[in-house]
Design a protein around this ligand. Structure first.
Ligand code: UGA
Length: 435
């Protein structure tokens, strides 16, 4: 078991640090954000992530997990330092790596014996080498360290389970000594026979981008097939189910919707396009995915106009602001594209989300935020279900119909049954199930 420091207490850092402690390691999670660390010290979790608090609490109680703002000391006290800082999209779509360079710099400054620097954040191919060179330059010829790439595959909303029960652990390293240390860090998983992928740094870095871009492509593909289903009278759920029965395709990530969002797929697909450009070759596929996904978000408004042609002066209820259920994250959420387009058409929006309102307000401070789905539907000319929160799966539809001025229901996540909705008297639209 290792002494570990995790720098950055965002989704990835906090979940990884907590999970690594749960595997039996001694972990200190550090951040420059004093407020966040204060909250964590008080036992409060600064993000909405189901199940995280319980795992944090049990590891703090067991003395394996601590929080601190003293980054220098935390690094000096550790053998393995995980960098889990943000790598947001920069001006041109490439990843902004300033936070990673900052962690590498403070790592170099506190290098008082052999340590492993682990890149947990999603970073462009080649970053590991550059981090190595930077640390070497700052710490000197005699400094003893290795840089490892150990990408994370957790999903927001189910991050704890994904971390504790991963499909595989990817370790990209150029020194067997560092690889062995990483295997020790993940020993609990090794004992459970979780596959380890031991490879070089570049492959590990690319595995993450290739996986996310592939999943984004899969979603975009089924979205386009759903759009076609609408035109030809096919049912996308039957099509996707039968496609998924082919083991080579698999039924997962074949659910159509209003386009993917979140902090990962949009950022990583754009960054991958830039990585291709940088080495002087082109990716037509990933570029097309990025473009098609933006189109899919905008299509929500076209779908609504098929149900009510003129949106001028109409009141539209929006149910769901987060990019998917079980998260308060609204980054690249389809609602962020749809709401301004509705307003451009002259509509007024009343919206509701069970958890993500605070995050959404940062970009849209002046929207009409309601306290429940029913409040949002009150007096509206149509309702659009944007995120498949469980709460929206069990709506009292008779009540909703009474509250709406006209019973128009656009279900962008295909939560409800079209025949049943029509029988109930709704003018119902969904994605890829026209008939
Ligand atoms: C994604 C990946 O799934 C993780 O493996 C990866 O570690 C993570 O990015 C990351 O890079 O950190 P996440 O963005 O949290 O995780 O969420 P997903 O559950 O993958 O959903 C992404 C988007 O795709 C959501 O907007 C969701 O609504 C949409 N989606 C997903 C669909 O429209 N259809 C589907 O069938 C599945």
């Amino acid at each position: 078991m290792k002494r570990i420091c995790v720098v950055g207490t965002g989704y990835v850092g906090l979940v990884s640090g907590t999970g690594l402690a749960d595997f039996g390691n001694h972990v200190v999670c550090v951040d420059i954000d004093k407020d966040k660390i204060e909250l964590l010290k008080k036992g409060k979790i600064p993000i909405y992530e189901p199940g995280l608090k319980e795992v944090v609490d049990r590891n703090v109680k067991a003395g394996r997990l601590r929080f601190s703002t003293d980054i220098d000391k935390a690094i000096r006290d550790s053998e393995v330092v995980f960098s889990a800082v943000g790598t947001p999209p920069g001006e041109g779509g490439e990843a902004d790596l300033r936070a990673v360079w900052a962690v590498a710099t403070v790592f170099a400054k506190n290098l008082d014996g052999y340590k492993v620097f682990v890149n947990k954040s999603t970073v462009p191919v080649g970053t590991g080498r550059k981090v190595y060179e930077l640390i070497r330059e700052l710490a000197g010829r005699d400094a003893s360290f290795d840089v490892v790439s150990n990408p994370e595959f957790l999903r927001e909303g189910s991050a704890v389970g994904d971390f504790l029960h991963p499909d595989r652990v990817v370790i990209g390293s150029s020194n067997p000594k560092a690889t062995e240390i990483m295997k020790d860090v993940y020993k609990a998983l090794y004992l459970r026979k979780t596959p380890y992928v031991e490879t070089n740094i570049e492959s590990a870095e690319l595995i993450k981008y290739a996986s996310n871009a592939f999943l984004a492509t899969k979603i975009t593909f089924i979205n386009e097939i759903a759009n076609l289903c609408d035109k030809v009278g096919a049912d996308v759920h039957v099509v996707a189910e039968a496609m998924g029965q082919d083991g080579r395709i698999s039924p997962k990530f074949l659910h159509p919707g209003p386009g993917y969002g979140g902090s990962c797929f949009p950022k990583d697909t754009m960054a991958l396009v830039e990585i291709f450009k940088e080495v002087g070759i082109k990716t037509k596929v990933v570029e097309a995915v990025v473009e098609a996904n933006e189109h899919q978000k905008a299509l929500v408004v076209d779908r609504l106009k098929e149900l009510i042609p003129d949106l001028k002066g109409k009141v539209i209820a929006i149910l769901g602001l987060s990019f998917k259920p079980n998260t308060d994250d609204t980054r690249f959420s389809p609602s962020k594209v749809v709401i301004p387009l509705l307003e451009k058409e002259g509509a007024r929006v009343q919206c509701y989300d069970p958890v993500a309102t605070k995050d959404f307000k940062r970009d849209f401070p002046d929207l009409d935020y309601k306290k429940s789905a029913y409040d949002a539907c009150q007096g509206a000319d149509a309702v659009i279900l944007m995120t498949e929160w469980n709460e929206f799966r069990g709506l009292d539809l008779e009540e909703i119909k009474k509250l709406l001025k006209s019973p128009v229901f656009l279900d962008t996540r295909n939560v409800y049954d079209p025949a049943d909705m029509r029988e109930r008297g709704f003018i119902y639209g969904s994605v890829g199930r026209a008939h």
